[in-house]
Design a protein around this ligand. Structure first.
Ligand code: IPT
Length: 977
């Protein structure tokens, strides 16, 4: 039986195992796959020019990027993995952030949230393969691009084979390498590939690509016990670092400016990648290790909502399908879940949220683009012919097969199986919103057909792309061609012997003795039976509702099964299915009433359980199972933060008379290896003294000449930083910061002439927005200092500073809080004292609210506690929400939840006002401590305009139990100052 279908969006086909197909001949030269390659170290992960293979079986690696360190709640990894798996993906790619594992040189830690093992274990539990990307460089919009702070004062050019650099990375690579190696698939773990470096593509002149570095780095990987194939992600298909096993590249074709998300460049769709891949590594599969799944946003940016539009369903349809048109068989979407730059993770170009506009939002809810991507992943998961395909007309697509020059059609043929064709149609002008109508002249096994064969035409509306298949095996039926797109196919006996549910008109025509054409005009869902084949003709909204799940088998890889699919329609998210005897259990999440349709073998679905409760089953008109289930969404009452009792303390005692900075670090270095030469008598780079994150405070002691009238400083802090200056107890001004400057020179007038010989202190509080990345190898740009680059006094006779003192976080590289890691706290007095931590005794503090604030320049610290009592069986994500203050707008605020910094808010720069805080950081059943710092940069003080705890979604959920991260309480901090 051959079928052809017209004019609908999606097709879900169920074909009888009993049906016999007869295939017509089609002349096509057969290209056999070349000998399978492996790297000689293992034979589980192998590959050839078409695809990766695991245990000899080809697979489309459909992967999404997730960063474990951007989600410190270890018990939430499974939720993310299950959501990715339910989308039809089989892999996750992840970075490891060296800087948080080795904050002090030689002291490597994988404690607490930094432990990778729970991440590995959760992947295995969800049936997700892992692509490990331990750097040492990662970029990733992290502070220093992943490099540790101490790198800024380590000599030698980084990202080269320079010995000092190679010595610096050795301990980390060997340790992380061994941890990944223990979790390789060769040892029963989920890791299938390991990436060396990151975008080793641009090298700062006069240096060039350092092949010796590649060699030594790969050797370090091997020395640590890694045996799976090595990969690297070139920033574009430029042929760098090809000595890895499987070279691949990255692409972000819609860029990172989210402010005009509906505007695409007319030539935005990259067509040259196939040619480049053929030129660089034709012997390997076409692998894309990062393809745009969203965009990062920076200080003063547009926020992430428009980034999700820029890279929304239309983008996925057009740009991802263009990659399929180039036979991409390893496809990693960056990001699939962005997460949070909590603590000091962010680079200066980013704020707390790393939502990225990705398919899974920062609060772990699913965007529409999730459902679109689910259609694509499910289609390719059941299209083995794609895995041995080649594009045929890559430079000759315009007007091809349609005769319409407004369209480009790529013919992708299975050159090994010699049967199936994929025709990817898209707009010639990617920027257009025009409707194009077309017909296709396609070669098929029964000759060239003009499609639609029953007359009429097809349509492509605006920013869209479609894949039409030809001679496509659907079970044992062959689909001769489709004008619809295929969602999934499975082999089960059709439930009834006759046709139809749904509305619409269907025409049919016999094309050959065993070929029948169907042409239809339907809405919603229409089910058609032809012979022993059942077709679901679906519009997009209906297609979005289908889930293809695989019951676990047995053994260590039980959850990786791709056999025995169960198809269920309905629900916000269906995570997994299992079968026991004749009972089918479904685990899923609902946000309203679900109308389920269950397509499963009758013998194993006599009864159906959803989240532990039996469903009342009925039969659909076409014989599948149906059930309704209302979401259980209990009401909750959230604390009103503004009516809680808040405590207040001044967090800038440094400006009080008599304050002693005796315990502070003396900034007394006379030289630095930092490539930026200081213009100060002593080095005033915070990093040189071991302070790499958060607020930094400088103190300059001098004796007045009597003629000084002002102080000038050039301070560097990274984009959107600010600084405030006090002369003794008097505020003399701020550079409050903007979205542009990463350093700024300003002059601050003294309020009066000082008495000659009198002793004074200048206190400079500055923000540190994270270190720059090091995108250009050998550039050492991450070493760009944070601190004071130059200073001077104004006056006839200027004083000299006798002593400079500096502090950042308590302990510097020997950070105090082992639970929350090296980047969580900065150098504010309150942070050094641990005021942000649960259990700190604030009984003697005054009463005062952050929404009342402080009335002069300075820093205030606020604390409160509240209880939560959230119901079980739901996923109710919460956010802290602030609103913009227009009176006294110049201020910076940090939000601490149970000691974890989950918000850095700069009122006058923005854009973020909603700060998601995951369950596990928030204690959903018990006490929570909320602390807020406010640094008023203006002389009239500052306050939060509002602060609230808000639900961002309500879902009944089968999410696994969430265990709080350690919410370690305050303990005395010996030596704290
Ligand atoms: C590419 C990096 O590899 C990745 O770490 C991340 O920074 C991403 O971009 C952007 O979010 S770099 C690419 C834009 C050239």
């Amino acid at each position: 039986m051959k079928l052809l279908l017209s004019k609908a969006v999606t097709l879900l086909c169920a074909a009888s195992a009993l049906a016999k197909s007869r295939r017509g001949p089609r002349v096509q030269s057969v290209i056999l796959p070349r000998a399978t390659q492996n790297n000689g170290l293992q034979d589980i992960v192998t590959w050839d020019e078409y695809s990766l293979m695991i245990n000899g079986k080809r697979l489309m690696v459909f992967s999404g990027e997730v960063h474990p360190y951007r989600n410190p709640v270890q018990s939430l990894h499974l939720d993310i993995f299950q959501k990715i798996k339910a989308m039809g993906f089989n892999a996750v790619s992840f970075y490891v952030y060296w800087g948080i594992h080795e904050p002090k040189r030689g002291e490597i830690s994988f404690e607490g949230f930094r432990d990778l093992q729970p991440f590995f274990d959760a992947a295995k539990k969800a049936g997700i393969y892992l692509i490990a990307r331990p750097g040492p460089y990662i970029n990733a919009e992290t502070s220093g691009g992943g490099f540790p702070g101490w790198g800024t004062y380590t000599p030698g050019l980084w990202r080269t084979s320079n010995t000092t650099y190679m010595e610096a990375i050795e301990g980390y690579i060997k340790t992380v390498g061994a941890k990944i190696a223990e979790n390789e698939i060769t040892k029963g773990g989920p890791v299938i590939l390991v990436q060396a470096e990151n975008e080793y593509s641009g090298v700062q002149e006069p240096y060039t690509e350092d092949f010796e570095y590649h060699k030594q780095l790969l050797q370090l990987f091997r020395d640590s016990g890694l045996t799976v194939p090595t990969i690297t992600n070139d920033a574009w298909p430029g042929g760098h670092f090809t000595s890895v096993d499987i070279y691949g590249y990255d692409s972000y074709p819609n860029g990172f400016d989210c402010s005009n998300p509906y505007v695409w460049k007319s030539d935005a769709v990259p067509e040259w990648f196939w040619g480049a891949h053929q030129g660089i590594n034709p012997e390997d599969l076409h692998a894309v290790y990062e393809f745009q799944g969203g965009a990062f946003d920076g200080w003063g940016g547009s926020g992430y909502a428009p980034c999700a539009v820029l890279t929304g369903p239309e983008f996925e349809r057009v740009f991802y399908k263009n990659q399929y048109a180039m036979s991409t068989t390893l496809f990693n979407i960056y990001m699939i879940f962005g997460g949070t730059n909590w603590g000091g993770i962010a680079h200066p170009g980013g704020y707390t949220s790393y939502d990225y506009g990705s398919v899974i939002a920062e609060d772990r809810t699913l965007r529409e683009k999730y459902y679109e991507l689910k259609l694509q992943a499910n289609f390719l998961a059941v299209s083995p012919a794609y895995l041995t395909s080649r594009p045929q007309n890559i430079y000759d697509t315009q007007g091809s097969f349609t005769g319409n020059s407004a369209l480009k059609t790529t013919q992708v043929l299975d050159v090994v199986g010699n049967k199936t064709g994929f025709y990817v149609v898209r707009q010639t002008d990617a920027s257009t919103n025009a409707l194009q109508t077309y017909t296709l002249q396609l070669p098929t096994s029964i000759g060239t057909l003009s499609i639609p064969t029953i007359g009429g035409s097809l349509a492509l509306n605006g920013k869209d792309s479609k894949i039409h298949v030809v001679d496509y095996a659907a079970g044992s039926t062959t689909v001769l061609y489709t004008t619809a797109e295929i969602l999934t196919c499975l082999k089960i006996p059709p439930p009834v012997a006759k046709v139809l549910s749904g509305t619409g008109t269907i025409q049919q025509k016999s094309l050959a003795s065993n070929s029948l054409a169907l042409q239809y005009k339907t809405t919603g869902q229409t089910v058609v039976q032809v012979g022993s084949t059942v077709l679901y003709i679906l519009d997009r909204v209906n297609a979005y509702q289908f889930w293809v799940l695989h019951p676990p088998t047995s053994g260590p890889f039980a959850h990786y099964s791709t056999e025995n699919p169960i198809i269920v329609k309905g629900g916000y998210l269906l995570r997994s299915v299992s079968i026991r005897g004749s009972t089918l259990s479904i685990q899923g999440d609902l946000n309203n009433t679900a109308t389920f349709e269950i397509i499963a073998p009758a013998a194993s679905s006599k009864s159906v359980i959803f989240n532990g409760n039996a469903l009342a089953l009925s039969k659909t008109a076409h014989g599948t199972l149906a059930a309704k289930r209302a979401a259980k969404l209990p009401a909750i009452k959230l604390p009103n933060l503004s009516s809680l009792t808040w405590k207040y303390a001044d967090s800038l005692p440094e400006i009080r008379p008599g304050y002693s900075d005796a315990k502070w670090t003396a900034a007394d270095h006379n030289s630095t290896v930092n490539p930026t030469t200081p213009s100060t008598p002593v080095v005033l780079y915070a990093g040189d003294y071991g302070y790499h994150t958060g607020n930094i405070i400088w103190r300059a002691h001098f004796n007045a000449t009597g003629s000084e009238s002002a102080f000038t400083a050039n301070v560097r802090g990274g984009t959107a930083f600010g600084y405030s200056v006090w002369l003794d107890s008097t505020f003399i001004g701020s550079w409050a910061g903007d979205a542009v400057h990463s350093s700024y020179e300003s002059t601050f007038k003294f309020p009066l002439l000082l008495k000659e010989g009198s002793g004074h202190v200048l206190t400079i509080l500055q923000d540190h927005m994270g270190y720059e990345g090091d995108w250009w190898a050998a550039s050492d740009s991450f070493k760009e200092p944070r601190g004071i680059h130059s200073y001077s006094f104004v006056g006839d006779k200027v004083p000299t500073v006798n002593v400079w003192k500096v502090t950042g976080n308590l302990g510097g590289e020997s950070h105090v809080d082992r639970t929350r890691g090296p980047l969580n706290e900065g150098g504010l007095y309150g942070e050094r004292q641990g005021w942000h931590l649960p259990g700190f005794n604030d009984a003697r503090w005054a009463v005062g609210k952050p929404t009342t604030g402080i009335s002069s320049a300075g820093v205030g610290f606020y604390r409160t506690t509240f209880n939560l009592n959230m119901p079980k069986g739901v996923d109710y994500p919460l956010s802290l929400v602030v609103s913009n203050s227009t009176t006294n707008p110049l201020y910076r605020s940090q939000l601490y939840v149970n000691g974890y910094q989950f918000g850095k808010y700069v009122n006058h720069i923005g854009p973020q006002t909603v700060f998601p805080v995951p369950q596990g950081i928030l204690n959903y059943n018990g006490l929570n401590t909320l602390a807020v710092s406010i640094w008023a940069e203006g002389s009239t003080g500052a306050k939060l305009h509002s602060l609230a705890l808000q639900l961002t979604s309500k879902v009944e959920s089968s999410i696994s139990a969430i265990v709080n991260q350690p919410l370690t309480a305050w303990a005395p901090r010996p030596g704290a100052y």
